[in-house]
Ligand binder design. Structure first.
Ligand SMILES: *Cc1c(COP(=O)(O)O)cnc(C)c1O
Length: 411
């Protein structure tokens, strides 16, 4: 079930204060999610969530994470610069990039970030660009299918990330010869997982692999990074992940691997993006057009440049019409944007209440991988972002683009 924590009155007030379209983010909801996650893993030594910046790269949001004691997971130069500008540095930054310009290692090292090596070839690259650190993380790709019980949770054999088991050892030995003393182990094997056993199964794999690598190399295992992938209920019939149950599952895997939980034991971290902010964002867009041909089309003032997931993945985003929550959904519509691309549809064959031009449509779950994936195709510009603050106010945290922005890069 998507998030209905905010009343339509809040959406109407926001749309009175700012021109549509814009994404609205709920500060209280984000803070509560962070606290729930921290509570779920409070048993773990030095647990820290490193929010995946790519999910919602807005400094005002990143500052909320920093205030709540989270780190940031970055994977590009600009994401590192965002972290720096938010005053986040040192081991509060995790840097996990692949096939990136080597100069990004220089920047990551100058900020003191924890580097997560994606490939064996990255080790000599890092040596030249910033140097091999005392603590290093390596990214594991176990290949094949990733199963937990009977469920297939992911397909790492087809994923470009991480190293094989043998390469992990080789990378660690390379780094040890150049000063590395402790290591972390990372893997990301499933995206938007709604299976609560995903994190526990992954944790188990990483704990066991780490222990074996310790034996083989003599290096000391410092942390396990469960990365992202914890999913959210985009569809009304889907159930939200119970983060407490997930934390408990990981605790069991920890006990199984290490026998006890001690303050100086293997640390735990995560890099969730979608789970942290996805349900805490809504795209507010006005119905500006209706067209009845072979289907009934509602044209809204947002388009895929503000939210690409439906166009790109055919992803479902729940939509409700503000003020009509309890009206019967007895009309069949496609809800479309204005791009000259027939996949620019926020909903296809969706039952909604009878909708009029001027109605405010609320598109749910846009708080992660929403505006962040926006683009400027067709000369359509990216929209604004507004924070619904903890004290019931609204703050513009990113203005909408203007034609000047569109022309700014042209020579
Ligand atoms: C994208 C990404 C994440 C976050 O993934 P979610 O599915 O949003 O939780 C975490 N870590 C890395 C390295 C990523 O690339």
């Amino acid at each position: 079930m998507p998030n209905f924590a905010l009343s339509d009155e809040v959406f109407f007030r926001a749309a009175d204060a700012f021109p549509t379209p814009f994404h609205l983010y709920d500060e209280n909801g984000i803070r509560k999610t962070i606290r729930d996650v921290k509570a779920a893993f409070s048993w773990a030594p030095s647990y820290r969530e490193y929010f995946a910046v790519k999910a919602l790269p807005n400094p005002q949001i990143l500052k909320i994470f920093a205030e709540e004691g989270c780190g940031l997971d970055c994977s590009s130069q600009c994401e590192l610069l965002l972290a720096q500008r938010c005053g986040v540095r040192g081991d509060a930054i995790m840097f996990s990039a692949n096939a990136m310009p080597p100069s990004e290692y220089d920047l990551a090292r100058s900020l003191g970030a924890v580097i997560n090596l994606d490939d064996l070839s990255d080790a000599p690259l890092l040596e030249k660009h910033g140097g091999i650190p005392e603590l290093i993380s390596v990214r594991f790709n176990p290949g094949g299918e990733f199963r937990g019980g009977t469920a297939i949770m992911g397909n790492p054999g087809e994923s470009k990330y991480g190293m094989t088991r043998d390469q992990l050892r080789e990378a660690l030995l390379y780094c040890r010869a150049r000063g590395t003393k402790r290591f972390g182990l990372h893997a990301f094997l499933s995206s938007n997982s709604t299976v609560e056993s995903y994190y526990p199964s992954l944790a188990s794999l990483l704990f066991q692999t780490g222990k074996a690598l310790e034996k083989e190399t003599g290096l000391v295992f410092d942390f396990v990074n469960l990365s992202g992938g914890v999913g959210i209920p985009y569809r009304p019939e889907e159930k939200a992940n119970d983060i407490l149950a997930i934390g408990e599952g990981v605790r069991k895997a920890y006990l199984e691997a290490f026998g006890t939980i001690r303050e100086d034991g293997v640390k735990l971290c995560s890099e969730m993006g979608r789970f942290m902010t996805g349900p805490q964002g809504w795209l507010l867009t006005r119905v500006v057009h209706e067209k009845q041909i072979y289907r009934d089309y509602l044209g809204v003032d947002a388009c895929a440049s503000c939210l690409m997931r439906p166009a790109m993945y055919g992803a479902y985003h729940h939509i409700h019409i503000a003020g009509k929550r309890n009206a019967p959904c007895d009309h069949l519509y496609d809800v479309t944007g204005c791009l000259c691309e027939n996949n620019d549809k926020f909903a296809v064959n969706r039952m909604l209440p009878k909708t009029e031009i001027g109605d405010l449509a609320v598109i749910h779950d846009t708080g992660a991988h929403g505006l962040a994936m926006g683009y400027q195709y067709n000369g359509r510009l990216r929209c604004a972002e507004v924070l619904y603050t903890a004290n019931d106010g609204f703050r513009l945290i990113r203005r909408a683009e203007t034609p000047e922005d569109y022309f700014a890069t042209l020579v």
